[in-house]
Design a protein around this ligand. Structure first.
Ligand code: C2E
Ligand code: MG
Ligand code: MG
Ligand code: MG
Length: 291
């Protein structure tokens, strides 16, 4: 009967779809044991100040980005497993582990390079925010790692924040009261209700890298530059600071600086790297910052 219906045949036995589904299922069921076995690692990507003097160290913080060092498949990026982890709920223990690992690392950098005041930015998935006691987890991790709360930033997407009112809003206020900074990740990819966001305890907008694609040489400024300039002005007027994501070229960095954008992140400044590589960057900074 399969041969009499070519489409059903295709839908049921397409080997690529089956492989995809099998891989997803396999990742889903092995994720928690893998966490136990220590197969996950955290890398750190530089966040740099744009307004500082050229030549001075402009490293202000790092974003923690998780990777799965799989014994069979090699390194797996978060885009391949965070969604699965959200579906299965594994994101809650995984996210807690990332938070603790990142905060412990930030505490070590604070001890070794106190003048750098390097902050740590950690991604929170919507499900961590809604389904777990994120406020208690953060308080617990801060006290156990002894990281000052001013050095922790949490990144949430708009859709994670703009859910139905209630607990999450309380959670945001509780985190702010604790002294933790909240950043809106990938801003510009969702509904971008800046007026509403500005009324929440949110402190930083991370502009999605997509805006930078239209940045080009010469005048007049293109639409993307004008949009970014206007967004930066609006954000500043609303008391928010702006970080641009996905800066890949010198030209993008220069044009971005001209928009008044506060800070930036991207391959132009540095890729996500092992903690030791960030330590080397900190150690290379001249001046009395080393103990
Ligand atoms: P994100 O939070 O927006 O992180 C930025 C992503 O852009 C990272 O990809 C980073 O490597 C990449 N990126 C940085 N600079 C550039 C650039 O100049 N050009 C381009 N094309 N890309 C750049 P990555 O590490 O693959 O992470 C992807 C996403 O996975 C993150 O996006 C974040 O949403 C999620 N993620 C990563 N780690 C965690 C985590 O610990 N917890 C949660 N909940 N989500 C995480
Ligand atoms: Mg992020
Ligand atoms: Mg982002
Ligand atoms: Mg992104």
């Amino acid at each position: 009967w399969v041969k009499s219906d070519g489409r059903a045949h295709w839908a049921l036995y397409d080997p690529e779809r089956i492989a995809h589904r099998t891989t997803r299922q396999m990742l889903a069921t092995t994720m928690l044991p893998a966490l136990e076995r220590g197969e996950f690692v955290v890398e750190y990507q530089p966040l740099v100040e744009l307004r500082g003097e050229p030549g001075q160290s402009s490293l202000r913080g790092v974003e923690a980005l998780v990777r799965w060092q799989h014994p069979e498949f090699g390194r797996i990026g978060p885009d391949r497993f965070i969604g699965i982890a959200e579906e299965t709920g594994a994101i809650v223990p995984l996210g807690r582990w990332v938070l603790e690992t990142a905060c412990a690392q930030a505490r070590t950098w604070l001890e070794d390079f106190p003048e750098a005041e390097l902050f740590m930015s950690v991604n929170l998935a919507a499900r961590q925010f809604w389904d777990s006691d994120v406020v208690a987890d953060v308080a617990d991790v801060l006290s156990r790692t002894r990281l000052p709360s001013r050095l922790l930033q949490l990144e949430l997407t708009e859709s994670a924040v703009l859910g139905p009112a209630g607990r999450p809003l309380e959670a945001l206020h509780a985190l702010e009261a604790m002294g933790v900074r909240i950043a809106i990740d990938d801003f510009g990819t969702g509904y971008s209700n800046l007026a509403y966001l500005s009324r929440l305890p949110v402190h930083v907008l991370k502009l999605d890298g997509g805006f930078l694609e239209g940045f080009q040489e010469g005048t007049p400024a293109g639409a993307d530059e004008q949009i970014v300039s206007a967004l930066v002005r609006l954000a500043h007027a609303l008391g928010l600071t702006v970080t641009a994501e996905g800066v890949e070229t010198q030209l993008q960095a220069d044009l971005l600086r001209a928009t008044g954008c506060d800070s930036a992140q991207g391959w132009h400044f540095g890729r996500a790297m092992a903690a030791e590589a960030i330590t080397e960057l900190l150690a290379a900074v001249p001046g009395p910052s080393r103990r």
